[in-house]
Design a protein around this ligand. Sequence first.
Ligand code: FCB
Length: 472
Amino acid sequence: MPESFPPGFLWGAATAAYQIEGAVREGGRTPSIWDTFSHTPGKVLGGDTGDDAVEHYHRRSQDVRLMADLDLTAYRFSVSWSRVQPTGRGPGVQRGLDFYRGLVDELLEQGISPSLTLYHWDLPQELETSGGWPERDTAYRFAEYAQIVAEALGDRVEMWTTLNEPWCSAFLGYGSGVHAPGRTDPVAALRAAHHLNLGHGLAVQALRAALPARARLGVSLNPSAVRPLSASPEDADAQRRIDALANRVFTGPMLKGAYPADLLADTAHLTDWSFVQDGDTAAIKQPLDMLGINYYAPAVVSAAPENAAEEGPRNDGHAASEHSPWPGSESVCFHQPPGELTAMEWSVDPSGLYDLLMRYSREVPGTALLITENGAAYDDKPDPEGAVHDPDRIRYLHGHLAAVHRAIEDGADVRGYFLWSLMDNFEWAYGYSKRFGAVYVDYETQARTPKSSARWYAQLARTGELPGIPAG
Ligand code: FCB
């Protein structure tokens, strides 16, 4: 029996503005923290920047045709904040908004549902200069920006996501410093997490007020499927700590209206959390129509350093640094599980995705789940004929989609899947060295070539039935 997905299940691909657009100085756009960071020597592998990225800003129509050719029914993209509201303050800029309006119109003409993410890590630099996410004002600025975008695109976009992976924004951006803005201050990271949560809650309120009733709102988290290395109580405690800092720091206030008591206790030597003001958690807990889950690999943790195998993977995917992205839990060790690895050295383990889908089905019954990112990097290369065969990616996708299918059979309300990524692009601190695309991009010519995984995925999108793994 072929594994069939429910009718209307969304088959999408995902991208993010800074990773694909380029044109960083066009149309009135001002720098974001990723422009500043990527231009700081030593921060991004090979000194790569998103200045040109894959020129999506100028190749938008071609890229939408490509999506149509691949039979996608949905496309997840993010809006560059400093393109539509340069400097992060004041009125929206029509030229910036028009770029996204044009994109959405082209998608709708092709029958592709747009899914818009407001924030995929590119804070306007001026807001960072004023203090960034550790400061409360940034949350209010974010809600104002959300309103600008909602007023411009609310008549034609139904799916709205506030934040992408706030864990990365807070803990890689302000804790380990491997992401923009590159600060290494554990208290700033915790403050950033709270103000991202607050920004989410205020933005949802602004979106509800500005959007028609049919709009569906959510957030995309990268919850960690965190497992203990052994059955010891110490390793169970390591798991609990990382679950608090990776997952419950966001789902606590967003879904339950409170920060978990164990998180506050684990970090009490760093901060008293007095930056959480009266009424904040009530403002953060807004009803959501969907919860977006981004998943790549599970994490295996232990308590004692002497057990330590090696660094990562931490599901953060980014270069190790001497600063920890886990404030107050720096002693927890991360272990490489045995088995197959992707080019990121992330382990291939679809059971983590299954576990997360079942967990959030239980924790937020009645909220639809979307897989807003899943995929893998491999060292893809064109063959002499120019074709790009990526059997490893097909196997990765097959395994993870089978896990999604199993979760649906077991009762999870999963409405769609967005492959990361539509095409090869700027992979943050790794620059252009890691290829996640279903479509190969030749960075010299910017030519796009669908890999064999793209054709495989197109068949799935067309039929709703999981294709087998091609022989050979
Ligand atoms: C996620 C990011 C996405 C991409 C993938 C590989 O953490 O949201 O932009 O970098 O990892």
